[in-house]
Design a binder for this molecule. Structure first.
Ligand code: SF4
Length: 438
C-alpha cells in the first residue's frame, strides 16, 4: 500500500514532474517546400484544436484567444479546407476517435460541429462506436445546446469544472461559478448519461480538507464517470502549496477515487491523473498515448498529430492558419520524422502514460524483443521500483504510477534528453522559419 513516506522518500521525488512531453521526438523541424509529408497507410484518429474562449482564465497554458464570431467562422472554413487537403495523404482510414480540444470548442455552434463532422465523414471512414469527444466550457452546457450537439454525432463531453466553490474558482481565475458547474453537470448527464470533468488541485491557498471536499462532491455526482485531476502549474510556484502537500493531495485523489470504484488508468498531462470505472476510459487518451500508438491528424492552430511516422505541429497563429489554408497550403510549422531508434523509444516514452505497455506489438512492429532493446532501461526502472516487466508487458508499480513523467524520460535518447519540450516561443520560431522557406 502506498503511503506518503514511500512516495516522498524516493530519490527522484523532487524532479518527478519535470520531464513532461506532449510528443516525441521533441525536436521541431521547420517544414519547407522541398520536404514532403509521408502518406499515412491507416489513419485511426483526429485531434482538432479550437483556439477560442469567451474569456481567458489566468491559469491556462493552452493556445487560445478571445472568441470573435467572424474569426470563428473563418476558422471553421479553414478547418474544413484542412480536412480536404489531408485526403490525398491518407491511403486508408478507420477512425476510432475524434477529439475536439482547446480552447473551448463549445464556442462552436451545433451547426458548425455538424459541418466539421460531415466534412470528416466524407473524407474518412468512421468505425462503428467512433468516440467523438468535445471539451466544453461549463457556461455553455445547457440542455438545448447539448441536445443539438448530440444530434451531430458527438457522444462524449468533457468540461473543465475545476472545483465547486465560488471563492476558490475566483481565486484561480476561472470564468465560471459553482452554480454553473453544477448546472453543466446536471444538463450534460441528463443528455448524454455520462460526463468527464477536470478538477484542479494544489491551488494557491488550498488545504487538504478543501481538496477532499471537492473530490467528495465530484464523486457523489451521478453520471460523472471520468475525473482528471491536475496539479496546478503556475508561476510563481512558491505561492502554491509545497511539494509535500501536493503529494498528500495526490494520494488522497487516488484513495478516494479507488473507494468510489474508479481506477487510475492514465497520466497524460504533467501532474495529471485520469480516473474512471474500468472500461470507461477515454479512447482518445488511451489510443494516442497507449502503445502501439494510433496515427492521428492534428488539425487547427497549434495542434500536433502523428501520421506516416512523422510528428506534425501546426502554426499557432489563427490568422496565419486561415491565410495558409486560403492559399491551399497545410498550416504546418514543423514535420519531424522519427528515426527507427526514436520510433522504438517513442513506443515507450508515450506508452507508459497509460501505465501498462504491451510488449508483443513492439516485436511485431520493430522485429526485435523490447526486453533486449531496452534491457538497461527495464533494469533501471526495476531497481528504482517504478516498473516491472513480464514477457507480456512493462507495468508501472503503484509507486511508478505517481512518477509517470520520470518513467517516460528514462526512455529518451541521449540526443533528446537535453532538448527541452518545445513551448510557444520555440513553435513560433519554427513557424517563422517555415514561412521564410515557403
Ligand atoms: S476556458 Fe479553458 S481553455 Fe479557455 S482559458 Fe479557460 S481554462 Fe483555458
Amino acid at each position: 500500500m502506498l503511503n506518503l513516506h514511500n512516495m516522498t522518500s524516493h530519490p527522484l521525488f523532487e524532479q518527478r514532474s519535470s520531464d513532461y512531453i506532449r510528443w516525441y521526438p521533441k525536436s521541431l523541424t521547420p517544414f519547407g517546400p522541398t520536404q514532403t509529408l509521408r502518406p499515412e497507410s491507416l489513419l485511426q484518429g483526429i485531434y482538432i484544436h479550437v483556439p477560442f474562449c469567451d474569456q481567458l482564465c489566468l491559469f491556462c497554458p493552452f493556445n487560445k484567444r478571445q472568441s470573435q464570431a467572424e474569426l470563428v467562422n473563418q476558422f471553421v472554413d479553414a478547418l474544413c479546407h484542412e480536412i480536404q487537403l489531408y485526403r490525398p495523404h491518407v491511403h486508408q482510414s478507420a477512425l476510432q476517435f475524434i477529439y475536439f480540444g482547446g480552447g473551448s470548442p463549445s464556442v462552436l455552434s451545433p451547426q458548425q460541429f455538424h459541418r466539421i463532422i460531415s466534412g470528416l465523414s466524407q473524407a474518412f471512414t468512421f468505425t462503428p462506436g467512433l468516440e467523438i469527444s468535445v471539451e466544453a466550457h461549463p457556461s455553455h452546457l445547457n440542455r438545448e445546446y447539448l441536445a443539438a450537439l448530440k444530434e451531430t454525432g458527438v457522444n462524449r463531453i468533457s468540461s473543465g469544472i475545476q472545483g465547486f466553490d465560488d471563492e476558490f474558482l475566483k481565486r484561480i481565475g476561472a470564468q465560471h461559478s459553482a452554480a454553473q458547474a453544477f448546472s453543466a453537470i446536471e444538463a450534460t448527464t441528463a443528455t448524454f448519461g455520462t460526463m468527464a470533468i477536470d478538477l484542479l488541485f494544489r491551488c494557491e491557498g488550498q488545504t487538504l480538507p478543501h481538496w477532499e471536499s471537492q473530490l467528495t462532491q465530484a464523486l457523489q455526482l451521478p453520471g460523472v464517470n471520468h475525473i482528471s485531476c491536475y496539479s496546478m502549474i503556475a508561476e510563481p510556484m512558491d505561492k502554491l502549496p509545497d511539494v509535500m502537500m501536493e503529494a498528500e493531495m495526490t494520494l488522497l485523489a487516488h484513495e478516494l477515487t479507488q473507494q468510489a470504484g474508479m481506477v487510475h488508468y492514465a497520466s497524460c498531462a504533467s501532474g495529471g491523473f485520469d480516473f474512471c470505472p474500468p472500461g470507461q476510459e477515454c479512447r482518445y487518451e488511451a489510443q494516442h498515448w497507449g502503445a502501439p500508438q494510433a496515427s492521428f491528424l492534428g488539425l487547427g492552430p497549434g495542434a500536433f498529430g502523428f501520421m506516416g511516422g512523422q510528428t506534425t505541429v501546426n502554426c499557432l497563429d489563427v490568422n496565419h492558419y486561415i491565410k495558409s489554408l486560403a492559399a491551399g497550403r497545410l498550416p504546418l510549422a514543423s514535420v519531424t520524422a522519427a528515426t527507427p531508434e526514436e520510433a522504438q523509444r517513442r513506443y515507450f516514452v508515450l506508452g507508459v502514460k497509460t501505465l501498462n505497455v504491451p510488449l508483443a506489438p513492439f516485436e511485431q512492429l520493430f522485429g526485435q524483443p523490447a526486453h533486449t532493446v531496452f534491457e538497461r532501461e527495464f533494469q533501471q526502472l526495476a531497481s528504482l521500483e517504478l516498473a516491472r516487466h513480464t514477457p507480456e508487458s512493462l507495468t508501472l508499480t503503484p509507486l511508478g504510477r505517481l512518477y509517470v513523467d520520470t518513467v517516460s524520460s528514462i526512455f529518451f535518447s541521449p540526443q533528446e534528453r537535453n532538448v527541452p519540450h518545445p513551448e510557444e516561443p520555440e513553435i513560433r520560431r519554427a513557424e517563422l522559419e517555415t514561412r521564410q522557406l515557403v
